[in-house]
Design a protein around this ligand. Structure first.
Ligand code: AMP
Ligand code: MG
Length: 465
């Protein structure tokens, strides 16, 4: 069967979209194409060229921008929507799962509010790398299918090369879609939207009680954030319009993965109060779910959903503990003992200002006897308890498959971006291969494993994209 682009969302929700003519970039070049993802989507070799034309923005010539609103830094903004994004349509894979295909940076739409409708290469590449890395680490995320580069200039703080990213997701419906229906009292649309989301993301729950359905959203959101906490990922802009309803990490902006673990550090330079800092992510997730449950009160009695919000913390903690058990190779069954040991370990990483990801590799090496133990009483005390808890045999194989040897680092991304802006993509290919666990030469691998030295540390990131 040849590749079919469905228009399920646009046809079902004419009041929630606006038709959009795609404006391709000048001299577009398909700089990155995610062949493994294309395979996973069931795209046959004979259809690859069709898919590439879609990614380039050549065909189809139009798609649909989606309307949504959202709470940005705690303040309601009714004027949002895809200002530079376009839903091309949907394709179905061999397991009958439907996937959205979305171009980001495809020209101005009805919701652009005077913006240029473009995305720069820098932020598109950062999104591509983050989604593929998080996916490799087993964290729910939207995916990147392709990155189209161009020498067409886009003005931000400086004139930068433009790009178009093809994003693949189970759905592009955000918390903000429901907030829009709520703000406009669109009861019928909201009911249909809820059913649409269930069919896409939790087909087994399409006939379930609303509380069961809402529980799925709460759980998915909590587990996504727990995974961020376990891997030191800071999203940076957790506005409700950047929250996917199906709990996939969404709309990457000034995100960071810790090098040195400084939990209170604020990387997004517009986030003056640290609303979206690492330690606040769990509570912001709940705050966002509260906004969602408020929006859903348009179609469900408020009391019906509220109890599920009380389960959020437990979902989050259980998932976090499960992840950290693997990262530390814990075999001890008792949750309270495991939690205590995990908490102490995080305290050690912070105290010694270790590199977040490398500290786990260091621990593996110490257990194997390949590295000397830090000469510190506190560490030794922790290590003794940890080894005793786990019968002197933490699960090294589990640790090895869970703990990344190559991390997503701002200084490496900066190097890759600088080269890509000059039309040179070798470093990008190599780093992406390292991040997603493909085999590389020992030299390349060792280069991408290097944490930043003191003058390469990134402390602040621009939100402009
Ligand atoms: P973001 O910061 O990417 O989450 O975007 C916030 C809002 O601004 C969304 O409604 C975007 O569609 C819109 N937006 C961001 N950048 C642009 C742009 N260059 N042109 C038009 N709209 C934009
Ligand atoms: Mg956004």
């Amino acid at each position: 069967m040849s590749l079919v682009l469905k228009q399920e969302y646009a046809k079902t929700f004419p009041n929630l979209v606006s038709a959009h003519n795609i404006v391709p970039l000048e001299g577009p070049r398909l700089a990155l194409f995610n062949q493994p993802l294309a395979n996973q989507l069931g795209v046959k070799a004979a259809d690859i060229n069709v898919l590439r034309e879609w990614c380039l923005g050549n065909t189809p010539t139009s798609g649909h921008a989606q309307k949504y609103v959202g709470h940005q830094f705690g303040v309601f903004n009714p004027d949002l929507g895809d200002g530079r994004g376009v839903l091309l349509g949907e394709i179905e894979d061999e397991q009958a799962q439907t996937w959205d295909l979305h171009l980001k940076g495809a020209g101005p739409t009805a919701y652009s509010r005077g913006g240029d409708g473009r995305a720069v290469l820098r932020s598109s590449l950062r999104e591509y790398f983050a989604s593929e890395t998080l996916n490799h680490w087993g964290i729910a995320t939207t995916r990147a299918l392709a990155l189209v580069s161009s020498q067409q200039g886009v003005q931000r703080e400086r004139l930068e090369p433009g790009a178009i990213l093809t994003r693949v997701a189970k759905t592009h419906v955000r918390f903000g879609h429901f907030e829009y229906c709520y703000s406009q009292r669109l009861v019928t649309e909201q009911k249909q939207l809820w059913q649409h989301v269930m069919q896409r993301c939790w087909p087994q729950l399409t006939d379930a009680e609303p509380i069961e359905q809402f529980r799925a959203v709460v759980k998915a959101t909590a587990e996504m954030i727990a995974d961020w906490q376990a891997f030191g990922f800071i999203h940076g802009v957790m506005n409700t319009d950047n929250m996917s309803i199906c709990g996939e990490t969404f709309d990457f902006g000034p995100y960071t993965v810790f090098d040195t673990f400084i939990p209170q550090q604020i990387f997004n330079h517009t986030d003056h109060r640290g609303r979206y800092s690492f330690l606040r992510q769990p509570s912001v997730g709940l705050w966002n779910l509260q906004r969602l449950s408020q929006a859903l009160s348009l179609i469900f009695p408020v009391d019906a959903l509220a109890p599920v919000l009380n389960e959020y913390e437990d979902f989050l903690q259980q998932r976090y503990l499960g992840r950290m058990r693997k990262r530390l190779g814990l075999t001890h069954g008792d949750d309270s003992v495991a939690f205590k040991r995990v908490g102490e370990w995080m305290g050690l990483i912070q105290r010694f200002e270790w590199d977040f990801q490398d500290s786990f590799i260091m621990l593996q090496d110490i257990i194997k006897g390949d590295r000397a133990m830090p000469d510190d009483a506190l560490f030794k005390e922790w290590y003794e308890c940890y080894m005793a808890d786990n019968d002197q045999q933490p699960q090294l194989e589990v640790m090895a498959t869970t703990n990344p040897r190559v991390s997503l680092r701002n200084h490496h991304l900066a190097q890759v971006i600088a080269q890509a802006e000059q039309g040179e993509w070798t470093a990008a290919q190599s780093y992406l291969a390292a991040l997603t666990g493909q085999s590389l030469s020992a030299d390349e691998l060792s280069h991408w494993q290097q944490p930043p030295n003191s003058n390469e540390q990134v402390t602040s990131l621009s939100c402009s994209s």
